[in-house]
Design a protein around this ligand. Sequence first.
Ligand SMILES: Nc1nc2c(ncn2[C@@H]2O[C@H](COP(=O)(O)OP(=O)(O)OP(=O)(O)O)[C@@H](O)[C@H]2O)c(=O)[nH]1
Ligand SMILES: *[C@@H]1O[C@H](CO)[C@@H](O)[C@H](O)[C@H]1NC(C)=O
Ligand SMILES: [Mg+2]
Length: 201
Amino acid sequence: MAKKTYDLLFKLLLIGDSGVGKTCVLFRFSDDAFNTTFISTIGIDFKIKTVELQGKKIKLQIWDTAGQERFHTITTSYYRGAMGIMLVYDITNGKSFENISKWLRNIDEHANEDVERMLLGNKCDMDDKRVVPKGKGEQIAREHGIRFFETSAKANINIEKAFLTLAEDILRKPLKLHIVSHPKYLGPKDFEGRCCSETSL
Ligand SMILES: Nc1nc2c(ncn2[C@@H]2O[C@H](COP(=O)(O)OP(=O)(O)OP(=O)(O)O)[C@@H](O)[C@H]2O)c(=O)[nH]1
Ligand SMILES: *[C@@H]1O[C@H](CO)[C@@H](O)[C@H](O)[C@H]1NC(C)=O
Ligand SMILES: [Mg+2]
C-alpha cells in the first residue's frame, strides 16, 4: 500500500480580474519565484503544496482560474468543490476593486454555502501607483465578514501568511469538511454510511 503522505486535502480556488496577479501569487507560494512577463491563464490550472498545521499534514490543491470573461463558464464550474476561495484585486487598478462585488456574487451563486472566503489586495509593492487605499479593502472585507491582506507576489509580502491563514480557518470549521477532505473519503455514501467519525476513516 502506498505510504500516506498527508492527513487532509484542502481545495482552494483563486479568482479575480485578469492581470491582478493570481498566477503570480500562487507561483510565489508554490515555487517561491516571480515572473514579470504576463502570461494570461487559459481556463484553469492548479498547483499542489503540502503544509503542516496543528500537527496535521495538509495537502493544498490550489486551483488558479483565468480572470478573462470568456472563461467564465469553465471557471465557475470549479467553485463548487472549493473549501476556500481567495478573491484577488490589484491595488493599482481601480476597476479590479470595483469588480469585487461581481466576484462575491459569483461565489454566492456557484460556491458552497460554507466556503471560507478571503480578500487580497495584490501588488502592494507598487505604492507609488496605488489607487485603492488600504482602508477601502479593509472596509469591504469587514462588510462581508471576511479576512483581508495586502500582498505582493513580487516582493513576497503576506503570501505565505494568506494561504496558511485560509487553511487554518478551514481547519477550524466543523468536522464535515474534514471528513470530506480526508484522503480515504470516497464520496457522499461514505459520509452518510458507516464511516461517520474521523477516527474510523
Ligand atoms: N509589481 C507587481 N507585479 C505583479 C505582482 N503580481 C503580479 N504582477 C504582474 O502582473 C501581471 C499579471 O500577473 P498574473 O499573475 O499573470 O495575473 P492573473 O491574475 O493570473 O491574470 P489571468 O490569468 O489573466 O486571470 C504580470 O505581469 C505580473 O508580473 C505583484 O505583486 N507586484
Ligand atoms: C470587470 O468586469 C467586467 C464585467 O465582467 C469586465 O468586462 C472588465 O474587464 C473587468 N475589469 C477588469 C479590470 O478586468
Ligand atoms: Mg493567471
